[in-house]
Design a protein around this ligand. Structure first.
Ligand code: PEP
Ligand code: MG
Length: 593
């Protein structure tokens, strides 16, 4: 792609998912539409009706395309939502009301349509009936789509573009991200977000480069602008010059050489030079094909984020549907272990759709999330636990609870699990009676009482993404405080060490499944603290294996001792990255440092 002749603009954001991409921009802005009202004289009102008819046709056509795509990807049940949307657009009473608003009040079509749609939403919202509530959600969704069409703005959807584009947005939610087609999105760039927002984690696991936290990029670019995205350095270049295009061509070759070198370790054990082995597990979200799982080189799955199955659909999946998802991963990985984490909805993972489990809150990360939500929606929790237990009959399964903050919660979850086991026994359905249960340690309170928690579970997995956000009081998705999200903070280092010590004293294994585990800079440190298992995104596996094979436990221990004495995060960062660079062996000469 050639330089467009426009002025080059270089912007720095957060390097969120590695990789380099170059191509045209697809702009996806989700902010509320601003509808203006203006008076339309009588002789121009027919034009407004014609625009309305055009938008209705366009929207119906989009819905037909979407229906086919979703049916192909997710099945007929999920696709039926678009039939309901079509029905809204064909509602004669609604169409008449819009036309009346145009002809009687001289309203422009955008305002007329929004007025009628709001009237419907308000009237239906007051009726306490599940079916009517579903219609309200349909009206809102389809109205938004039609208004976008009227105003010439695009909504992100699979049918919107075919060739690969760089997706630029003010914000992309995890439920948008699950619908992204890897073949059509070559990179993601957003105003908001940080390295550990779930959208970014999903991008990383799909191997899509991302730069986030750019504050206003969605207002600085237009559809079709050309851009380079450097997900390694967190750089974005809009309208790149010939020199930049040339430089990035070279960088891409260098990076590819390094990746090829790392890849040579993919199917070798992550064993240090002095013989200590680290099991390298995979973080998955249920969308991975058997082929991708088997080619990953992983020793198992250390974190299955099950909520992503919920986010992909409009309704809560049944026990049977979940069982089939879990069984697919368990059977594919067999005999390797699969740790299935129970539902972690809430926070930045809001479930849209009708049967939403999540609620709008002022502080979603501190609110109704994960185990808290499950303990109050017992029916949903039990369906999931039974589905996981049933999948344990097909391979090696472990169960893990997210967001545990006290022994009380852990005991409550365990007792519900026992109820589920009893139900399966009486149904005569098989499961592994010895299934292990673990607790995530991702809330500071849990870290402090890790010795107590260890009495009621068989393993810990540290969720550094949340642990850091809660320890440092830094919202993991807020770009304004992203610079304060500091994994190198001495408090984080000490807490990690204390969790490993508590696990070792209690005789239970401690692994790490947060994003720190996938950053090679921290691998030696975690190993020295006591980790013998790390769970990471597929794209990080080879690099970590390669690095571990170039160090000894002894050296890593010396670095850890130094780090634990330091009070300055920058010094900690420096010592860790120079240790990393010094042990890159042959890769050092091909990595651009
Ligand atoms: C974590 O918090 O580190 C973690 C692994 O869980 P999630 O990122 O899904 O919150
Ligand atoms: Mg977490």
């Amino acid at each position: 792609m050639e330089n467009t002749g426009k002025e080059e603009i270089l912007l720095r954001g957060v390097a969120a998912s590695p990789g380099v991409a170059h191509g045209p921009v697809f702009l996806f802005v989700k902010k509320e539409l601003e509808i203006v009202r203006y008076f339309v004289p009588p002789d121009r009102r027919e034009e407004q009706v014609a625009r309305f008819e055009g938008a209705l046709l366009q929207t119906k056509q989009q819905l037909r395309v979407l229906r086919c795509e979703i049916e192909e990807k997710l099945g007929d049940k999920e696709a039926q939502i678009f039939d309901a949307h079509q029905m809204v657009l064909e509602d004669r009473a609604m169409i008449d009301a819009v036309e009346k608003e145009i002809f009687q009040n001289g309203s422009n079509i955008e305002f007329a349509f929004q007025t009628v749609s709001n009237r419907y939403v308000l009237a239906f919202s007051n009726i306490d009936d599940d079916y009517i509530k579903e219609r309200v959600a349909d009206i809102k969704d389809v109205s938004r789509r039609l208004l976008h069409n009227l105003m010439g703005q695009s909504e992100m959807e699979m049918g919107s573009f075919t060739a690969p584009h760089i997706l630029v947005s003010d914000d992309i939610s995890p439920s948008d991200t699950v619908r992204i087609d890897r073949d059509r999105v070559s990179a993601i760039v957003t105003d908001q977000g940080s390295r550990t927002s779930h959208t970014v984690i999903m991008a990383r696991s799909a191997g899509v480069p991302a730069v986030v936290g750019l504050h206003d990029i969605s207002r600085r670019v237009q559809h079709g602008d050309v851009m380079i995205v450097d997900g390694f350095e967190g750089l974005v270049i809009i309208n790149p010059s010939e020199q930049s295009l040339f430089r990035y061509g070279k960088i891409q070759v260098q990076r590819q050489n390094a990746l090829n070198l790392y890849h040579s370790s993919l199917h070798l054990p992550a064993r240090t030079d002095d013989g200590v082995e680290l099991k390298m597990l995979l973080n998955v979200d249920g969308s991975e094909s058997a082929d991708k799982l088997l080619r990953s080189g992983a020793d198992g799955v250390g974190l299955f984020r099950t909520e992503n199955i919920f986010l992909r659909g409009e309704v809560v999946p049944t026990e049977q549907e979940q069982y089939e998802h879990y069984r697919h991963i368990v059977e594919t990985m067999r005999p390797r272990p699969v740790t299935i984490r129970t539902l972690d909805l809430g926070g930045d993972k809001q479930m849209g759709g009708v049967k939403s489990l999540t609620v709008e809150e002022a502080n979603p990360f501190m609110g109704f999330r994960a185990i808290r939500l499950c303990l109050s929606h017992r029916d949903v929790f039990k369906d999931q636990l039974r589905a996981i237990l049933r999948s344990s009959a097909h391979g090696s399964v472990k169960i893990m609870y997210p967001m545990i903050s006290s022994v009380k919660e852990l005991l409550e979850a365990n007792s519900i699990l026992e109820e589920c086991k009893a139900e399966l026994r009486s149904r005569g359905q098989a499961f592994d009676e010895g299934v292990e249960v673990g607790s995530m340690i991702e809330i500071p309170a849990a870290a402090y009482v890790a010795d107590h928690l260890a009495r009621h579970c068989s393993f810990f997995s540290i969720g550094t993404n949340d642990l850091i956000q809660y320890m440092l009081a830094v919202d993991r998705v807020n770009d304004r405080v992203a610079h304060l999200y500091e994994p190198n903070h001495p408090a984080v280092m000490r807490t990690l060490k204390a969790i490993f010590d508590a696990g070792s004293k209690a005789g239970i294994p401690v692994s790490v499944c947060g994003e720190m585990a996938g950053d090679p800079v921290y691998a030696a440190l975690l190993l020295a603290m006591g980790a013998r298992e790390l769970s990471v995104a597929a794209g990080s596996l080879a690099e970590i294996k390669y690095f571990i094979r170039n160090i000894t436990l002894d050296e890593a221990g010396r670095v850890l001792n130094e780090v634990l004495l330091m009070d300055d995060p920058d010094e900690i960062a420096t010592i860790l990255s120079s240790f990393h660079l010094d042990h890159l062996g042959a890769a050092r000469s091909v990595v651009n440092v």
